[in-house]
Design a binder for this molecule. Structure first.
Ligand SMILES: [Fe+2]
Length: 287
């Protein structure tokens, strides 16, 4: 073992040691990183200055990187890096209702990234450049543990059900106001149904849900939504959650296949929160 994984809390998440800046990402190391992510759900690398080029390199250790559609939010030299920030191009902090702020505030709902896609992303990395003194934490919830702890009756009820994930739905239900999408735009995001209980390559099972979920397939809309709320409330209890309090130069990687996450509120119109985000594309459909 080259790397060491120090548990964070609730047997969930680990701080990574042994991945110094200059270390070559060879196959052995890449395997340890990948299995460490699957094992721990969330990885934290603290106190290292990570250049954009190194961040891209670290991301590639987990797989192919996505390039997000918004060109104005891409890093000028590394299109794989997305600027996740409440600071505008002109250097001013956002207004509460402007699209950039509304987008960020939308991530205060429990979700897993891009679950509205047929093949959702594998993991996401955030590297903190500037963080607020308080607020703006990211919480992660362990969907393996949450699934395991479900009462048998509830487990039986959801085991064979599918949830319909829809970007159009989650966008329309953003707590902030967003301009409606054109029918043409909407047609780029057809709803997809994924199993509520996801079975992973190693046979373990986890819940797979979150804010992109519109409804339970084949179930009465309101009954289904009530069931979703019930399961989500239990799955995000404190005993399943690791709350990450950011420091500048923290790199956090989370496994979107088996965790939910959400941003905690902060004074978004006052305090700067500047992150580099890298997203690793998924390879397997949700089964
Ligand atoms: Fe997210």
């Amino acid at each position: 073992m080259i790397l060491e994984f120090e548990p964070l809390s609730n047997n969930f998440g680990a701080r990574l040691h042994g991945l110094d800046d200059g270390r070559v990402l060879d196959d052995g190391l890449i395997n340890e990183l990948r299995s460490g992510l699957i094992e721990n759900g969330v990885l934290l690398l603290r106190g290292q200055e990570i250049s954009p080029a190194r961040l891209v390199q670290l991301g590639r250790a987990f797989g192919e990187l996505e390039i997000l559609p918004e060109p104005d939010k891409r890093h000028p030299d590394h299109p794989e890096i997305f600027d996740l920030t409440n600071v505008r191009k002109d250097g001013a902090v956002v207004d509460f209702e402007e699209p950039q702020a509304v987008f960020l505030r939308g991530t205060e709902r429990w979700h897993t990234d891009s679950s509205f896609r047929e093949i959702p992303c594998l993991c996401t990395m955030l590297y903190a450049l500037e963080v607020p003194e308080s607020g703006g934490e990211t919480q992660f919830a362990n969907m393996y543990a949450a699934f395991k702890s479900l009462p048998t009756s509830l487990r039986n009820e959801i085991e064979d059900k599918k949830l319909v994930h829809s970007y159009v739905y989650s966008r329309a239900n953003n707590p902030g106001r967003m301009d409606p999408m054109s029918p043409e735009e909407e047609s780029k995001y057809p709803p997809v149904a994924h199993p509520w209980v996801r079975t992973h390559a190693d046979g373990r099972k986890s819940l797979y849900m979150g804010a992109h979920v519109s409804h339970v397939e084949g179930m009465d809309l309101n009954e289904g939504r009530a069931l979703i709320q019930e399961v989500l409330a239990g799955a995000t209890e404190e005993r399943f959650v690791y709350q990450h309090v950011w420091q500048a130069n923290d790199l956090v990687v989370w496994d979107n296949r088996s965790t939910l996450h959400r941003l905690r509120p902060y004074e978004i119109t006052e305090r700067r929160r500047v992150m580099h985000r890298v997203t690793v594309a998924g390879v397997d459909p949700v089964v």
